[in-house]
Write a protein that binds this ligand. Structure first.
Ligand SMILES: [Zn+2]
Length: 184
């Protein structure tokens, strides 16, 4: 959903959304895998299980700030064993959107971590899906594993291990160090 910039006044424009909102569903789908790359996640087409999204858009000269918090759960697959899990992404965010052309050259440089919450709007509108997608990327984990704090397994009771086919040539491969002896 796009919010025209002229609707964002200095009083601030409050945005609240839930898992029912279409743009929240699309942002939730971005959590699984990398855009443009195929994923094997059986839940990749699903939206969020639950979502409580609240943030305020405010103008700051020709920039827009998006500041608020997210509390979302989504079903996805463990990156190690493939079991279905519920991932919780909860946190605050504070993002700044610059107008097109503003310090554009910087965008071509490698971003350092504390610049990651800077983005660009297109001069016309702010895309809420984009704001949320970035907030989820900043607050979410790089990898999802069964035993992580924010992860709860909902299916399967086996150990969290790579599937056998991924280990092919692994355990049965000759140990190149087998013949070595420690000096006595
Ligand atoms: Zn696992």
């Amino acid at each position: 959903m796009r919010i025209p910039l002229d609707q964002i006044t200095s009083a601030g424009l409050k945005i609240t959304a839930s898992a029912e909102d279409d743009w929240v569903t699309k942002a939730a789908q971005s959590v699984r895998g990398t855009p443009g790359e195929p994923t094997a996640d059986p839940h990749e087409d699903e939206g969020a299980e639950t979502a409580s999204i609240q943030f305020t858009l405010r103008p700051l000269a020709d920039q827009i700030t998006a500041c608020g918090e997210i509390d979302m759960t989504i079903r996805c697959a463990c990156d190690r064993c493939g079991a279905s899990v519920i991932l919780t992404i909860k946190g605050e965010f504070d993002q700044l959107y610059k107008p097109p052309g503003d310090t554009y050259a910087e965008a071509d440089h490698d971003l350092v971590p504390d610049e990651l919450d800077v983005g660009w709007h297109d001069g016309q509108a702010i895309d809420l899906e984009l704001v949320l997608t970035e907030a989820l990327a900043l607050n979410g984990p790089d990898r999802v594993r069964c035993e992580d704090n924010n992860v709860q397994r909902i299916e399967g009771d086996g150990p969290c291990e790579l599937p056998a086919e991924a280990l092919e040539g692994g355990p049965t491969r000759a140990n190149p160090f087998a013949g070595l002896k420690l000096p006595e």
